[in-house]
Write a protein that binds this ligand. Structure first.
Ligand code: ZN
Length: 308
């Protein structure tokens, strides 16, 4: 099934939850939703649409900057090596997503879509497709976006989704509890909410960076909406946390990093040293010992919550 047909099969008005016709007009409240570049913008109010437009400007500017700086050749090779080093040797987001998918594969209600919330360019599509057909939701329009929408007012029918994925998104939501309410509403019984959220992570995406999460905070957000906590796994140990700060806040500014290949070595050195120290310390996060009441400080958490 095409993404657009899949979307139509589960879409609802984000304001009144009425059904939407072929022209994205609500049968309940008669709102008409616009279509941007072929993708429906199922947002709740005019200012949300203005936010989308503003975000899109930022996205386009970032894309232009990226295109302008891509030099191909050695630079592209360095990027590829960096990706391999961070994804396969160290626990970056893709590693976390794979572990989450491994943990729940085959347990979701069959045939229902899995919505990647804040999907950006759908970096995890290949892994997420193991769970079901994937729909990419984002508040800004990216090439991979299927529906432009706000995580605080999801444009889906009650109980229509098999899974919802939020990777490094919860910190960017103004009212994360609203999103959990929406996740509990839109998931079908047995459906899962999977994600990764930071605890000690430098601010990023200024100004849209609002929250950090403890293990208890994440569990509480889920349980408040009746979602069962199946797993909350720590990411990174104490040294990783410390060096992650140094890396993101200070090392990033180092001119040496701009030399092709040096960034990879630099990154590997920091990640490698931190990981080795955490393993020696016995607090390396997932796969290296469960967190205890005394050790609740990590770079972040990955989690599995399930609709009962
Ligand atoms: Zn409506």
């Amino acid at each position: 099934m095409q993404s657009i047909e899949m979307l139509r099969s589960v879409a609802a008005c984000p304001v009144c939850r009425g059904s939407l016709d072929a022209g994205w007009r609500c049968a309940g409240c008669a709102r008409e939703f616009s279509v941007v570049d072929g993708r429906p913008a199922l947002v709740t109010h005019p200012s949300a649409t203005a936010d989308v437009a503003k975000d899109n400007e930022v996205v386009r500017a970032q894309a232009r900057a990226r295109d302008g700086s891509s030099r191909g050749g050695l630079r592209a090779l360095a990027d590829r090596v960096r990706e391999m080093v961070t994804a396969d040797l160290f626990a970056d987001d893709r590693t976390q997503v794979r572990a989450l998918v491994d943990a729940v594969e085959g347990t979701l209600p069959a045939g229902l879509p899995v919505v990647d919330v804040g999907a950006c360019e759908q970096y995890y599509r290949r892994d997420l497709e193991r769970l079901g057909p994937v729909l990419a939701l984002d508040v800004a329009l990216y090439g991979a976006t299927d529906v432009i929408a706000d995580a605080h007012a999801m444009p889906f029918r009650d109980g229509s989704l098999g899974g919802i994925v939020v990777v490094e998104v919860l910190e960017h939501l103004r009212k994360p509890w609203k999103f959990f309410e929406e996740a509990a509403r839109t998931l079908a019984p047995g459906g899962v909410l999977l994600g990764v959220a930071p605890q000690y992570c430098p601010t990023h995406g200024f100004p849209n960076d609002y929250f950090r999460y403890t293990r208890s905070g994440l569990g509480s957000l889920a349980e408040n909406e009746g979602l069962a906590v199946e797993a909350i796994w720590p990411i990174g140990g104490h040294w990783g946390t410390l060096l992650h700060w140094y890396w993101a806040n200070r090392a990033r500014e180092n001119a040496l990093r701009k030399v092709p290949g040096v960034g990879v070595a630099y990154h590997a050195w920091f990640q490698g040293v931190a990981k080795a120290m955490d393993v020696l310390d016995g607090h390396a996060g997932r796969g290296n010992g469960a967190p205890t009441a005394e050790h609740q400080d990590h770079v972040g958490w990955s989690f599995v919550f399930r609709k009962r």
